[in-house]
Design a protein around this ligand. Sequence first.
Ligand code: COA
Length: 440
Amino acid sequence: MADWKKLYEERTMSADKAMELIQDGDRVLFAHAVAEPQILVDAMVANKHLYKDITVSHMVTLGKGEYSLPENHDVFTFEGWFTSPSTRKSIAEGHGEFVPVFFHEVPKYLRQDIFHEDVLLVSVSTPDEHGYCNVGVSSDYTMQAIKSCRTVLAEVNDQVPVVFGDTFVHVSEIDAFVINNHPLFESAPAKIGPVEEAIGKNCASLIEDGATLQLGIGAIPDAVLSQLGEKKHLGIHSEMIADGVVDLFEKGAIDCTEKGIDEGKMVVTFLMGTKKLYDFANKNPMVELRPVDYVNHPEVVAQLKNLVCINACVQVDFMGQIVSECIGTRQISGVGGQVDFVRGAAMSHDGKGKAIIAMPSVATNKKTGEMTSKIVPFIDHGAAVTTSRCDADYIVTEYGIARMKGRPIKDRARQLINIAHPDFREGLKEEFEKRFNCAF
Ligand code: COA
């Protein structure tokens, strides 16, 4: 479109003015994680007197989550597809809602109007000379939402990187631009202590040169990457990447030459790290952001060669049922892409896909120092199973590796108890004998 500059000028407005485009009863979707437009979200909450009955949805948020607080319940209802520290309480207290969903199905739900969303709030880069902005850190469901929503409100931020892939959106596809340059959300790398290091080493023993890696959310993936410096020809095809991938690339371990598909490219659906990662991805021909219904689709994942998926969890029971998003009835995160990749690895065309669920053997209460075993006879009352016992493959703790696939239940339980924290092993053995009516 030749006159994109005129359109851009006409549609550029203050955040308060842009908020007038939200209507009573609208469902408002935020772009995911780092792509959440901070100024627009603040303006939406500040202008709540303008509307009634607004439902807010999104996957991960790194933001303040003010729309989910009790003082804003008169206007906003939070309906999360994932919960984060700022939004968990709203669900626990009974006002908010949680929707279980496989991440790869989100764009389809938007397309088919199973998720009906009226307004998208998104961050974009400054338009280029052709009139295209870039969604930069998040292709995932954002690209489909731009097509599906009645109204698209964009925060234009010159610190959003320009990342190649399915990430370009023309100025004509956006209804309002609010210019505000500010640093992006950052998620600092987690501390790697001796436990994480030992988990990383155990996972690394399952990763060969030439493997393609998928890395999940949380502290463990970076710990695994820190142990892979000596590997060669690793590839990346991952829902997300964080700073650990940049460090490993700089060590020369990643070249993406043996992936089977998309060779030479790190294919991801969103970025969540620090400025170091966003600078690395900026105009880097090696990094491609693609929608989540490509990156996470089990049929795509299955085509990768020597795939190793590394995700984390909260609890594993004696049968190998994996709880990754709840502590009892408390929803602490979401399904995300865990099952997408676990199933894709199981379907791998070369028969070499490995799905690792890695976790410290205990969770430690920060206030009391009390330890709880993550390996348990029965999952906590009310918890949801994220990865089923039929899908479960490798379980890794700092004490070793347990293999679930094709193994009978008692054997699974014995292997799991052998990689539990030593302080809990005797108690777990007693539980085993009660549960299965036989000697350990
Ligand atoms: N009992 C009690 N508390 C537990 C627990 C258990 N079995 N397991 C974890 N916790 C507590 C931790 O102590 C921690 O509490 P804190 O915040 O007060 O310190 C909290 O729950 C979060 O656990 P932690 O292990 O620190 O989380 P993490 O940031 O490493 O993330 C998951 C781990 C499992 C929550 C995260 O990987 C997830 O959400 N997975 C599901 C989605 C997914 O796998 N997506 C993958 C594709 S990106």
